[in-house]
Ligand binder design. Structure first.
Ligand SMILES: [Zn+2]
Length: 292
């Protein structure tokens, strides 16, 4: 999809399509704003027939000279997700698609999760003989310590939030297998790759920077879910744990990278997903890579 120096970045899509009505996902949405921006939002980012937002659930695959890295691991198969029909007991060909991209599970050296929500940790584990085991047997899984401890505490308290089971079946088994590495939110992997805190969507939410020479990209995770938020950065999603802080973080990221060469690779934007933030009038818009 794109290269940052000799880091090759590609994507493996678990699912993509109409996800939720706009006003359900973005409670603050204003009708006039959709109408004024139809020309670039539809049909790619909003389905004209249903007016649902189109979201993509995917992993980024980073291949460096030495390592294969997966960033965020989607929803996963066979997970019990009561109350979340679109995530419940999936049986999707994610591992076959990963193999088609040239990656076998044993090839993965690192799994990185920007945060530990339901759609970012699923393929951390797979079901084998009734037990959840790490899908990637040779990988170290890098979790932000703040994020891990937040969900661990909810697990201990028995208050996991709106979606039960996620920590239990997709995070804890990795820890118990000794494959988890907890890092600070500004952890530097190497000269070309480092995390930065991006709190709001979750308390321990992080973004991942890639840089080599003049090439720069930001894997921005769930700081933004949808290009609508470039028009109205204050529209936090219903999935944001702290909508006010989420807005602060989102607005800062948008203003920092608007009209720069830095590629922005969000978790959930419709394919081909990555692009550049541009100023448009007194707001912002998104130009997908290859369509500029
Ligand atoms: Zn997400």
């Amino acid at each position: 999809m794109f290269n940052i120096g000799n880091i090759k970045v590609s994507r493996v899509v678990e699912s993509e399509g109409p996800f939720a009505p706009i006003d359900v996902f973005f409670p603050d949405v204003e009708r006039e704003v959709i109408e004024a921006n139809r020309d670039w939002l539809m049909p790619r980012f909003i389905d004209p027939a249903t007016e649902m937002i189109i979201l993509n659930i995917q992993s980024y695959v980073l291949r460096t000279a030495h390592h294969t890295i997966l960033v965020d691991t989607c929803v996963g198969n066979h997970k019990e997700r009561p109350g979340r029909a679109s995530f419940h007991q999936l049986n999707l060909p994610y591992l076959a698609d990963l193999a088609a991209a040239g990656v076998q599970p044993e090839d993965v050296d690192f799994v990185m999760c920007t945060h530990l929500h339901i759609d970012h940790v699923g393929w951390n584990t797979k079901l084998v003989d009734g037990r959840w085991v790490p899908t990637f047997p040779n990988a170290k899984y890098i979790f932000g310590r703040t994020e891990y401890e937040f969900w661990e505490q909810r697990h201990i308290d028995g208050t996991q939030g709106p979606v039960p089971n996620v920590y239990d079946d997709s995070v804890l088994p990795v820890m118990e297998a000794g494959q988890a590495v907890l890092v600070d939110m500004d952890h530097q992997i190497d000269d070309n790759m480092w995390f930065e805190p991006a709190p709001g969507h979750t308390a321990g939410n992080m973004i991942l920077h890639l840089q080599a020479g003049d090439d720069r990209a930001v894997l921005s995770g769930d700081v933004m879910h949808h290009p609508l938020q470039l028009i109205r950065p204050e529209w936090s999603s219903r999935a944001c744990e702290d909508p006010v802080q989420s807005t602060v973080t989102r607005r800062a990221l948008i203003e920092r990278y608007a009209d720069t060469d830095t590629l922005i690779a969000p978790a959930h934007f419709a394919s081909p997903t990555a692009g550049h933030i541009i100023r448009r009038g007194d707001a912002f818009a998104f130009r997908l890579l290859g369509e500029e």
